[in-house]
Design a protein around this ligand. Structure first.
Ligand SMILES: Cc1cc2nc3c(=O)[nH]c(=O)nc-3n(C[C@H](O)[C@H](O)[C@H](O)COP(=O)(O)OP(=O)(O)OC[C@H]3O[C@@H](n4cnc5c(N)ncnc54)[C@H](O)[C@@H]3O)c2cc1C
Length: 438
């Protein structure tokens, strides 16, 4: 065990996804706060399995890691473009919605410059310690050396993001044949060799995977199916006034509602973030139309209202899916070589957070309670805060996982951490009123 007992950090971050990377970039200019961030992966990599060519960001590039707090920051997307000598190319591109692969490359460019971000290190435990001084003791596995390291910090920030959800019936089958969309690119070669592929689900990831496979289907010769239990392939709500739900105004309005009401409202807001982007549905429809010219039948099947209840491996290879058309209450089976589960993600709350059970306040559904300024509510009277980005949809609503709000959240966190107004929060300039007051 490697102890670093002398050093006391001001903030230790768990996870380096875009949310904590943004915080690290903004803190880089603040001399009075010394942070350290740990990421278990050996480099920054944003949803690598879904960096499909042609996919683009669902937020404008202005929602980069820093611009909405400080447009003059050296870590802005425009500075990345400039330093990479792409200004004229970007200028003539005339797009706000940059390619997803470029966003990842930009984040990697920022991460390389930040000494505070340490990769290949998994935080394995956290303890609140009270000696002469109160602090958090953070146990870290160095995945390169295999050593266990220990660090001390006055405050923590949890940015552990989300993990793919694979339904039980899809588990324990060969992972090269039955996998989550988050593994799509790693398995693309396998798909090209398959006789038949089935995508299950109807969110944005399902649509992007289906579109990519549709483009390759005729060359590779596989049968392609898309099955969802939803009644339709619903569009994401992308109108400009609806997008104002991803504003600090709406977060503030939502936060002060009673918890039961928040849960009801959030459950009805799926299409703000779960549906399919219009441009993706258009692409798919255009491809289907184009490919059907002069063809009697496409080797493609699209089914709604059909729930996959189970998967069985067939003796002679391939899989049989037990499905239910739930409106007609009719069962049917569907055969395929490869199953791609577009079954979404859930917030990742590491085990060590549950071990802090007595230290943290929990609601009646077993979710941690969070203050309006993104601090976990604690049972102990201490100045040591645990700021949190992840798993806060129940408290802060539909925008909690949106990249466009993460910089605002980081401004709030930094102001609290610094004990002064480093960033003005007076940026609530949207057109509609959620409170009813105009
Ligand atoms: C395919 C896809 C596309 C998306 N596109 C958009 C988009 O265009 N616009 C938008 O607004 N949102 C988008 N989202 C939503 C999503 O919220 C953001 O993409 C973003 O990744 C959230 O960032 P994060 O920092 O919370 O978490 P993550 O990106 O999930 O990062 C969390 C990190 O924490 C690390 N970690 C976890 N536990 C530990 C530990 N114990 N020790 C060390 N490290 C740990 C993980 O390895 C991971 O790297 C998309 C999501 C997906 C899945």
């Amino acid at each position: 065990m490697m102890e670093q007992p002398e050093k006391m950090y001001d903030l230790i971050g768990v996870g380096v996804g875009p949310f904590n990377l943004s915080l690290a970039a903004l803190l880089d200019d603040i001399d009075t706060i010394e942070p350290l961030f740990f990421e278990q992966n050996d480099k920054f990599d944003w949803h690598p399995g879904m960096l499909i060519e042609g996919t683009k960001m669902q937020v404008p590039f202005i929602a980069d890691l820093v611009t909405m707090a400080d447009p003059t920051s050296q870590y802005s997307f425009l500075n990345y473009i400039s330093k990479n000598d792409r200004m004229y190319q970007f200028y003539f591109l005339q797009r706000l919605d940059i390619p997803r692969r470029e966003y990842n490359d930009y984040c990697q460019w920022v991460a390389h410059q930040l000494d505070s971000c340490k990769f290949g290190r998994r935080v394995s435990n956290i303890r609140h310690v009270k000696e002469n001084e109160e602090y958090y003791e953070v146990a870290v596995n160095n995945l390169k050396t295999g050593e266990q390291e220990v660090y001390r910090s006055r405050n923590l920030v949890l940015g552990t993001g989300s993990v793919p959800v694979l339904p039980k019936s899809f588990q324990n089958l060969p992972s090269e044949d039955v996998f989550h969309t988050s593994e799509f690119l790693a398995n693309q070669e396998r798909c090209r060799k398959a006789r038949s592929i089935t995508v299950v689900g109807s969110g944005q990831s399902a649509a992007e995977t289906f579109r990519e496979l549709l483009k390759e289907q005729r060359d590779c010769g596989f049968r392609l199916d898309w099955i969802t239990r939803s009644p339709g392939f619903e569009s994401m709500e992308e109108s400009k006034l609806s997008l104002e739900h991803f504003s600090p105004d709406y977060v503030n309005y939502f936060y002060q509602l009673p918890q039961d009401q928040k849960d009801e409202i959030f459950a009805e807001q799926g299409l703000y973030y779960k549906g399919i982007s219009n441009h993706t549905i258009n692409d798919i429809y255009n491809l289907l139309y184009e490919f059907s010219v002069g063809q009697e039948e496409l080797d493609v099947g699209i089914r709604v209202l059909s729930e996959v209840k189970g998967i069985r491996e067939k003796a002679n290879g391939g899989y049989e899916l037990d499905c239910l058309h739930w409106q007609k209450n009719e069962e049917f089976t569907h055969e395929t070589d490869v199953v791609i589960a577009a079954t979404g993600y859930k917030p990742y709350v590491p085990d060590f957070i549950h071990q802090l059970e007595d230290f943290l306040q929990w609601d009646k559904h077993g979710r941690y309670k969070v203050s309006s300024d993104y601090r976990m509510l604690l049972n102990k009277n201490t100045e040591n805060e645990i700021y949190v980005h992840s798993g806060i949809s129940h408290t802060h609503g539909v925008g909690s996982t949106n990249l466009g709000l993460s910089v605002h959240r980081n401004k709030v966190i930094i102001n609290h951490l610094a004990g002064r107004e480093v960033y003005s929060l007076d940026d609530n300039g949207i057109f509609q009123s959620f409170t009813g007051n105009v």
